[in-house]
Write a protein that binds this ligand. Structure first.
Ligand code: NAP
Length: 271
């Protein structure tokens, strides 16, 4: 029987996940299909019930449901519980088990480059769901200090408290007040850049000592990335995180190594 997988969210029509996973099924000759399923805000309960009815094998969860989905799980992984959000659900004998592959998917391109995190200082721009998974990742990898900068300072404060609760030294500020010279890693986890807006912070002091990581993947190169690249920073692209979390979700569902190159090829072809 064909196994069905999905990504749920709203909006969902531009999601790249169906292309990535379907390319993986093709590469490994798996009898599976992956679809995009729009579930509007406020209709998650009904949507999940219909996924149970069709015996969905697994699904990814994206904006706006990553947090709310936690209450529809039968079981949650430790990462899910720490972050308070799920992006990957596996149907294990009728039980919906939640995982969070955003955190390790984010870390993967850093590790692949052999860039050490332990003892380093980190500046995270943004305080939404993605920033939370990123902060948990840096805390897990024993970053020395995590500074959160956000447009809405209250949310930065909350996320900074979360970082402290995970054992990291942390403080917070606003986007206008950041001093980039104090950090090795500078991460854009705001949505500024999605519509080709200018960088959310000044890039004047960014240099070759910085690792600049923008988790926005569409467009592939935001203004923040373009300016930082001109200043010779090490660059990590958002599509690498997207790929990282997809590979980990694939491995949870199929219990086998994901065909990374096939998934990357279709993703880059989509830009
Ligand atoms: P979210 O929960 O909605 O958070 C959005 C963040 O962006 C908030 O901190 C918000 O600040 C800030 N922001 C929005 N508009 C802004 C503006 N005009 N000026 C300054 N700050 C602004 O979203 P999310 O789930 O964390 O996702 C954030 C981004 O990451 C999205 O672009 C998403 O596509 C991307 N993402 C990428 C991956 C990947 O795999 N590469 C995975 C997840 C998310 P306020 O608190 O002030 O509103």
């Amino acid at each position: 029987m064909v196994k069905t997988f999905a990504v749920i969210g709203d909006p969902i029509e531009h999601s790249l996940s169906p292309s990535i996973h379907n390319a993986a099924f093709k590469a490994l000759n798996l009898d599976c299909t992956y679809i995009a399923y729009r579930i509007p805000r406020g209709e998650l309960g009904e949507g999940i019930e219909s996924l149970r009815q069709i015996k969905i094998s697994g699904f990814n969860v994206t904006i706006p449901h990553k947090i709310e989905m936690m209450q529809y799980l039968d079981e949650a992984s430790p990462e899910c519980k720490t972050i308070g959000a799920t992006n990957t659900v596996s149907n294990e004998n009728g039980r919906f088990v939640g995982y969070n592959t955003d955190m390790d998917g984010f870390l993967e391109p850093i590790k692949k480059r052999n860039i050490g995190i332990s003892g380093e200082s980190v500046l995270v721009l943004g305080s939404g769901g993605a920033a939370r998974a990123i902060v948990a990742g840096f805390a897990k990898e024993k970053a020395r200090k995590i500074t959160i900068a956000n447009r809405t300072e209250n949310k930065a404060r909350e996320l900074s408290k979360f970082a402290s609760s995970l054992g990291a030294e942390s403080d917070h500020t606003t986007l206008n007040n950041v001093d980039t010279s104090k950090y090795k890693f500078i991460i854009n986890a705001t949505s500024v850049g999605l519509k080709n807006e200018p960088s959310p912070i000044s890039t004047n002091s960014i240099n070759s000592n910085h690792v600049v990581y923008d988790i926005i993947y569409m467009p592939m190169s935001t203004d923040f990335i373009t300016q930082s690249k001109k200043n010779s920073a090490t660059i990590i692209y958002g599509y690498e995180m997207l790929l990282g979390q997809a590979v980990l979700a694939f491995q949870i569902w199929h219990k086998t190594q994901a065909p990374y190159e096939a998934m990357k090829k279709v993703l880059l072809g989509g830009f």
